[in-house]
Design a binder for this molecule. Structure first.
Ligand code: TPP
Length: 333
């Protein structure tokens, strides 16, 4: 099963969601191990094979699959500096994505973007290392599609930390005023780097902020793929039908540090211990089996994800770095 297969019917949707979650996890598990090659014993962030900061989405996979199960390649998605789960769920090519993360010529942007700047025009996916940067472009894309008379939509993923930035409020105001076909997705993992939401945000629920812009605000607790699928389905259908934007706040869990190498000392020990019980892939698999899904079928999905992740990593490792002169090829000044 391809991670970018078009979902058909609910049973198929749930298996597709499981596949995409596992695919993201398998890729990130390998990235986490390889990341430390060359960087130890003295941590050197610039060293390859994977240079730069690395933000994993481990634990947040339900947010990506529950939303993207409703999207087409022609829909437009902007994601954040923590983009892998969303990129995979949106159908970004796994090999080209891995090569980009390794900084290789065969990558999505010839290795010049890196893991925070995955860009794939073939499925209308982009992301950015600048917090909040994807919100306004998603509204722009939505307005453009509305003017063109298409029923495609835009989705902007963001962390809860991004909601305290000015452009979040400016973009939501205009999106509502112009009835733009856009869905705003907040992945609330409760931390912006080491700062808890309670220390940074004046409202307990960011979904409440929707009222200030005259749009529906929905809170989905539990990091639950099925519940996210339901809520996103309504919002996507409303946007496609001309009903305007929706703000959806998803409770999720960042099971790793902010970046690979983060010692996570800012999280209380009891909270860290509880994370072991919150792995959404383990929980979703158990639910699928309880609902009658065949364990052998789920095993086959996992085996395929493992083989695709191994293939993508091998492709990335075996690819060439871009020529040094490429560093000046796309510079505008
Ligand atoms: C405009 C801007 N300000 C600050 C930063 C530094 N920074 C990187 S990640 C981050 C926290 C983001 O938190 P959140 O939006 O909740 O996303 P999460 O990391 O939890 O997924 C910050 C402040 C940045 N990249 N861009």
């Amino acid at each position: 099963m391809q991670s970018n297969a078009t979902p058909i019917g609910n049973r198929h949707h749930r298996l597709w969601m499981y596949q995409a979650m596992v695919q993201s996890r398998e890729l990130e598990t390998r990235i986490k191990t390889i990341y430390f090659e060359g960087k130890l014993p003295v941590f050197n962030m610039a060293k390859g094979p994977i240079p730069g900061e690395m933000h994993l989405s481990v634990g947040q996979e339900p947010c990506a699959v529950g939303v993207c199960a409703h999207l087409r390649p022609s829909d437009f998605v902007t994601a954040t500096h923590r983009p892998h789960h969303v990129a995979i769920a949106k159908g970004v090519n796994l090999r080209a994505m891995a090569a980009e993360i390794f900084g290789k010529e065969t990558g999505l942007s010839h290795g010049l973007g890196g893991h925070m700047h995955l860009f794939d025009a073939s499925v209308n996916f982009s992301c950015s290392g600048i917090i909040g940067e994807g919100i306004a472009p998603a509204v722009g894309a939505a307005v453009a599609m509305k003017i063109q008379g298409r029923d495609d939509i835009a989705v902007s993923f963001m962390g809860e930390g991004a909601t305290n930035q000015g452009q979040f409020h400016e973009a939501l105001n205009l999106a509502s005023l112009w009835k733009a076909p856009v869905v705003f997705i907040i992945e609330d993992n409760a931390y912006g780097i080491s700062v808890s939401k309670a220390e940074s945000t004046s409202v307990a629920s960011n979904a409440d902020r929707a009222a200030a812009y005259g749009m529906p605000g929905v809170f989905v607790p539990g990091n639950d793929p099925d519940a996210i699928y339901e809520a996103a389905g309504e919002a996507v259908a409303r946007a496609r039908a001309g009903g305007g934007p929706t703000l959806i706040e998803l409770e999720t869990h960042r099971l790793e540090g902010h970046f690979v190498g983060d010692t996570v000392e800012y999280r209380p020990p009891a909270e860290l211990e509880s994370l072991a019980t919150l792995d959404p892939i383990t929980l979703f698999r158990a639910r699928l089996e309880a609902d009658g899904h065949d364990g052998a079928e789920l095993n086959a999905i996992e085996a395929e994800a493992i083989s695709l992740a191994d293939d993508a990593i091998a492709f990335a490792r075996n690819s060439e770095y871009p020529a040094a002169r490429e560093a000046f090829a796309h510079v505008f000044a």
